[in-house]
Design a protein around this ligand. Structure first.
Ligand SMILES: Cc1ncc(COP(=O)(O)O)c(C=O)c1O
Length: 389
């Protein structure tokens, strides 16, 4: 029997009762005012100007790539992608005809390795870089931003699994030209499914809004909408249904936004609980395992605690011990994405020392806000007993 799940829903009984009450007022359910409210609330919480709510973190990544592609600002379609992250941190690059160049994982944070990144920037001169903030451990943002300044690339920041983390007082997800977040079940907060793209760039905002909904201009502010109507000489009757861009439908709904508004209200509390659990795991396990080291002055907010064993054999023993105690576990994120068929069937296998070690020896432990110190101690002790510590 499962005693500790890897992921737990943050939509609790009170949230469900509130939702039922709201539904009984027969509100409009499709995207409307609550979506706008959630976008504004999220932007305020994060400290950026604009946000666009969509139906998943993967859709948020898809939108970021689509916007870059459509912006006509890119000097080329080369993009640096991480070896440690998620399939949809990379898949849209492949779908939109980018030329992805995979980067080794940083030995401290498991984000992009700075030396490898710089050598790619020097030789390939990519126009864009996608950085994953791995598992709520902020990357070395001072160094990344210095490279951005030196080499002049667009930074897409995938903070899908890093909501609530911060670096030198600035929230993770507030660094990129665009950044993405996931509100999937088991992430820091949940809207059932859901995602957000945030940006300070108004041109990107307008493209995000158009591409999210079919390519029309209905969601733009009236000034931007009127500018398009004028530029293309559209008559009033046609104007709501003119498609300016080859768009998608990646919208979420006001029902999901209703849930999201309640989740943002309790986000800081949830984040604090996850931060405390992470710190406790770290104290107990860091002496025996290879784990992520955050940069100074940063706050970690993980949705699972990740650790790397000495060997695949050692990991096997740990997994057995965890399963025996009903503690869910899994591989570390997706391991090395360069070893997955979606990548190697097109580009060949990509092996790197750090990413491969994470792939073959990494594992996850539950970090949910409901865990008490005694639960963390029990889980950590189960791991330690498997390696006779
Ligand atoms: C780094 C990263 N990016 C993107 C995603 C995709 O988010 P979603 O599941 O909401 O599509 C995930 C999901 O876990 C993730 O970890």
């Amino acid at each position: 029997m499962i005693q500790y799940h890897l992921a737990e829903d943050t939509i609790d009984n009170k949230d469900i009762q509130n939702l039922i009450r709201w539904l009984k007022s027969y509100p409009r359910l499709t995207k409307d005012k609550l979506t706008t409210q959630l976008q504004e609330k999220w932007s305020r919480w994060l400290g950026v100007k604009y946000s666009v709510f969509c139906n998943s973190g993967s859709s948020a990544n898809l939108l970021m790539y689509a916007v870059l592609d459509q912006s006509k600002k890119l000097k080329n379609k080369k993009v640096v992608v991480p070896s440690v992250g998620w399939v949809t941190s990379i898949a849209p690059a492949m779908q939109f005809g980018f030329d992805p160049i995979m980067c080794e994982a940083d030995p401290d944070t498991f984000g992009l390795d700075l030396n490898h990144l710089e050598s790619i920037l020097k030789t390939e001169k990519p126009a864009s870089v996608l950085l994953v903030q791995v598992l709520g451990v902020p990357h070395k943002m001072k160094e990344i931003m210095a490279l951005k300044k030196k080499y002049g690339f667009y930074l897409l920041e995938d903070a899908c699994a890093a909501i609530g983390a911060s670096y030198q007082g600035k929230k993770v997800g507030a660094f990129g030209d665009m950044s993405s977040f996931s509100y999937y079940f088991g992430h820091q907060i949940s809207t059932i499914e859901g995602g957000m793209v945030s940006t300070n760039n108004k041109e990107f905002l307008d493209l995000l809004l158009m591409l999210r909904s079919h390519g029309w201009s209905k969601d733009l502010d009236s000034k931007s909408h009127r500018a398009l109507v004028k530029k293309y000489k559209i008559d009033d009757f046609h104007s709501p249904f003119v498609f300016y861009k080859p768009g998608f439908n990646l919208r979420s709904t006001d029902l999901n936004a209703y849930i999201g508004l309640g989740q943002v209200d309790k986000l800081d509390r949830i984040a604090a609980a996850r931060q405390a659990n992470h710190a406790r795991y770290k104290k107990l396990l860091a002496p025996h395992f290879y784990i992520q080291t955050p940069p100074e002055n940063s706050t970690v907010c993980s949705i699972s605690f990740g650790a790397v064993a000495q060997s695949t054999e050692e990991r096997r023993g740990i997994v057995r011990a965890l399963e025996k105690q009903g503690i869910e576990t899994r591989i570390f994120s997706a391991g090395n994405l360069g070893l997955h068929p979606f990548w190697y069937e097109r580009y060949g296998k990509k092996s790197f020392p750090v990413a491969d070690r994470i792939h073959h020896c990494g594992f996850f432990l539950p970090n949910n806000p409901s865990l008490k110190p005694k639960d963390v101690d029990f889980i950590a002790q189960t791991v330690l007993s498997a390696i006779n510590k």
